[in-house]
Design a protein around this ligand. Structure first.
Ligand code: COI
Length: 377
C-alpha cells in the first residue's frame, strides 16, 4: 500500500560508509554554554551545528572528496548555474535522541530514494544511498553534542545538492556539490501543536502535469511563496494548492501533504498524480492508519466535496504532515467563497493519536514494528 518501498536499498554496514568521510574538526567550535543555550529552546532552522558534510561531483570524475568540514559560507562565482536556473534539490530529515542517549533517524532509505528521484528529474547526478546515509551518519557523529533532548526537539538534517558550475548556458551542470547541514529544532510552528488555518489558492498552482511537483526541489517552494503570502493576507497560516488541470482537486500545502478523516473513520489523502510530493511522513501515516484497521484511501479529493463535508459534518478532521511539521491539525479551511471550521476547531482525536504513535516510534518510546528507525550514533 505504501509506495515508498525501502527494503531493496538498505545500505551496507554504516561503519564502512562513515569511514569514507575525512573529518576536519572546526577550529572555532561553538562554546559549550552557547550551544547549550541554543539547545534549550531550539527554534526551527535558525541555528546550525559546527560542521557540514560535503561531497563534490565532476562530470569526468564522478563523486569524490567525501568530507566533514567546518560549517560556514560557501564561496560562489556569480555565474554559478544554480543561481540562474535553480538546478537544486533537497531533503528534510531528523535525528532523534532516545532515552539511553543513542541517536536515531527515521526511514533514511526512503529519503535517499526520493533524493535520487529528485536528482533524476532535475538532471543532477545520482548520489548513492550509501553516500547519502553515510554523510548523515558522519555529520551526526561529529556534531552529536548538538542533538537536543527536549520533548518534540530533534536535530533537523538538510541534505541538498546544487549545480555549482560557473556557466550561463542552459544545460545540466558539469560540476555539482552535495552538502548536508544540521540544525537543532523544536516545533515547526511557533506555539507547538495547535490547529493551523488553511487558505485554498485558486489562482496559483505549485506544479502541473509533467512538472517538478513530485521532486523535492527549491523551485516548488519558491512557487509557493506568493500564494503563501496571500494566505496570510487572508488571515490564514498556510496555503493549499489545487491541481493545475482542473483547479478542483486538493494537492498539497506549501511544504506538507494533507489528510482528511471522514465521519465513517476512513482516512483519505490526495493520490500521487506526479505533481504531489511523495512524503515519507505521508506514507508512514497511511501505514499507521491502516494498522489501526482504518480504511485508507488515496484518491483525487474534490475541493467541493471537502467544503460540503465540512458543512454537513461528514468530514471530521483535516491534518497536514511532513518531516518538519510532523502531524499538524487543521482547524479552519477558507477560500474565496467559503470559510469553515474543521470539527470544533480543536485537534482531532485520530490526528493526535497517530501523531503520538508516530513520535513515540521516532523517539524510541514505542516498538519500531515496521523497522523504520536506523541508529546513527
Ligand atoms: C520538511 O518537512 O522537512 C520539509 O522539507 C518541508 C519544509 C517546508 C520545511
Amino acid at each position: 500500500m505504501t509506495s515508498t518501498d525501502s527494503s531493496a536499498i538498505l545500505p551496507a554496514e554504516l561503519e564502512d560508509l562513515v569511514a569514507l568521510f575525512d573529518v576536519e574538526q572546526s577550529d572555532a567550535p561553538t562554546p559549550d554554554a552557547e550551544r547549550e543555550a541554543a539547545l534549550a529552546e531550539p527554534r526551527f532552522g535558525t541555528v546550525f551545528t559546527d560542521h557540514m558534510a560535503r561531497i563534490t561531483w565532476r562530470r569526468d570524475t564522478g563523486w569524490l572528496d567525501r568530507r566533514i568540514e567546518k560549517y560556514g559560507p560557501l564561496q560562489l562565482d556569480p555565474a554559478t548555474a544554480v543561481l540562474h536556473y535553480a538546478q537544486e534539490i533537497f531533503e528534510g530529515m531528523k535525528a532523534y535522541k532516545h532515552a539511553d542517549g543513542s541517536v536515531w533517524t527515521f526511514r533514511p532509505d526512503a529519503n535517499a530514494a526520493r533524493f535520487a528521484r529528485s536528482a533524476h528529474r532535475l538532471a543532477l547526478p545520482a548520489l548513492s544511498v550509501d553516500d547519502f546515509i553515510g554523510s548523515i551518519a558522519a555529520l551526526v557523529r561529529t556534531d552529536r553534542a548538538w542533538v537536543p533532548s527536549g520533548e518534540d526537539s530533534s536535530l533537523y538534517l538538510r541534505p541538498f545538492m546544487f549545480a555549482s558550475e560557473a556557466f550561463l548556458g542552459v544545460r545540466p551542470a558539469a560540476e555539482v556539490e552535495y552538502l548536508c547541514i544540521a540544525s537543532p529544532v523544536g516545533p515547526y510552528f511557533a506555539g507547538g501543536v495547535r490547529p493551523v488555518s488553511i487558505w485554498v489558492a485558486e489562482d496559483y498552482h505549485r506544479s502541473g502535469p509533467g512538472g517538478t511537483g513530485d521532486a523535492k526541489c527549491g523551485g516548488n517552494y519558491a512557487a509557493s511563496l506568493l500564494p503563501q503570502t496571500q494566505a496570510q493576507e487572508n488571515g490564514c497560516d498556510q496555503v493549499c494548492f489545487l491541481d493545475a488541470t482542473t483547479n478542483s482537486y486538493l494537492e498539497e500545502l506549501g511544504g506538507m501533504n494533507v489528510f482528511v478523516v471522514m465521519a465513517d473513520g476512513s482516512v483519505h489523502t490526495p493520490e500521487l498524480t506526479g505533481s504531489i510530493l511523495e512524503g515519507v511522513t505521508r506514507s508512514s501515516i497511511l501505514q499507521l492508519a491502516s494498522d489501526r484497521g482504518r480504511d485508507v484511501v488515496e484518491r483525487r479529493i474534490p475541493l467541493a466535496e471537502l467544503v460540503a463535508g465540512l458543512a454537513d459534518g461528514s468530514v471530521r478532521e483535516v491534518f497536514a504532515c511532513g518531516t518538519a511539521a510532523v502531524i499538524t491539525p487543521v482547524g479552519r479551511l477558507a477560500g474565496g467563497t467559503f470559510d469553515h471550521t474543521v470539527g470544533d476547531g480543536e485537534p482531532g482525536d485520530l490526528t493526535m493519536q497517530i501523531r503520538t504513535e508516530l513520535t513515540d516510534i521516532q523517539y524510541g518510546r514505542a516498538a519500531d514494528r515496521h523497522g523504520w528507525m536506523r541508529r546513527l550514533a
